[in-house]
Design a binder for this molecule. Sequence first.
Ligand code: SD4
Length: 329
Amino acid sequence: MQRRKFLKNSTAATAGLISAPLLAAQTKISPDQITNNIAAAKPIVICTWDFFNASSKAWDVLKEGGSSLDAVTEGVMVEENDVDNQTVGVGGRPDRDGNVTLDSCIMDKDGNCGAVLAMQNIANPILVARKVMEETPHVMLAGKGAEQFAYEMGFKKTNLLTEKSKQEWIEWKKTSKYKPIINIENHDTIGMLAIDANGDISGACTTSGMGYKMAGRVGDSPIIGAGLFVDNEIGGATATGVGEEVVRTVGSFLIVELMRQGKSPQEACKEGVERIMAKNKGRNDFQIGFIAINKKGETGSYCIHPGFTFRSYSEEGHVNNPSKSYIKS
Ligand code: SD4
C-alpha cells in the first residue's frame, strides 16, 4: 500500500512524466485532484478480435456506472460461455491428450491480480481468477489446486469438451502436427481492458490456449505482465497469439512501461511486436496481436500478420478496428 501510495503521488502520474507534487506546486491543487483530472477519460472498453457480444456486455456494465473490474469480468465471460468459440472456455480445443485446460487472469486498478493456469472442468476460469485475487493470499493457482479451489468456492464441475471439439481432436490425432494457425477463425483468445466512469482501469484475459498443446503447457494469457498488465496510473495492455513469444518479452508489461515513457498506445504496441520480431531473426510464421489503452482513453494495437482486429466500445460507438501489422499484406 505504501509503495502504491508513493507511486500515485510521486512518479509518472501523467503521461508527460511530471510528478504529481510538482504539478500540484505549479497549479495549487492537490495530487489527488490531479490524479482525478488525469482520469477524466470517458468510459471505454476494448478487446482483442471482433468480440461483439463480449464488448457489448462490458459496455452495458460501464454504461450503468459499474466498475471496470466488473465490466471486464462480465465481458470476457460471454466468450467463456460461448460453446461455439473454440479458443475460450467451454467448447475450447483440448490439449493433445484430449483435455481442455483453461488459462485466465485478471488485474484491477490497485494492481491486485489473480490467475488460474491449466485448470480443467470449470466453465468460468475468469471468475476463479477473480476469487484467487479477492479471497486468497496468492496470485496464481494451477492445475488440480485451481480446480479444487474452484469447487471450494462453489463452482460446479462441467464437461468443457464439446462434441465438435472432440471430433476435431480425433481428426487431428491422425497427423498429430502441432502448428498454430494464424488468425484461426478470426476469433481467438479474449483480452479486455476497460476504463470506468471513475477513470479506473482493469483488465482480463482468458483462453483455452493453443489447440493440441502439450499436457501442462501454459501460455502467456494467465501470466501477469505477459498476457495482461494494468497500471492504473498509466494504462493497460493485453495480448493474443503464440504465447511463448509474448512471455519471452513480457509483452504487456513492456507495452505499459513504454507508455509510461511517453509512447502512445499505438507506438507502444508497435514496439512490442518489433521486439518479438527482433528476437526471432526472420521467422514470422506466427501471429501476435497486442492492444493497449492509456489513462486518457487513447487506444492502439499492432500485430505481426494482417487480419487481427480489436473491438472498442465507448460513447463514440462500437467499432471493429483493423490493426496495423508488421508484415504488410
Ligand atoms: C496462448 N495466447 O495460449 C494464447 C492463445 C492465443 O492465438 O491467443 N492464441 O498462447
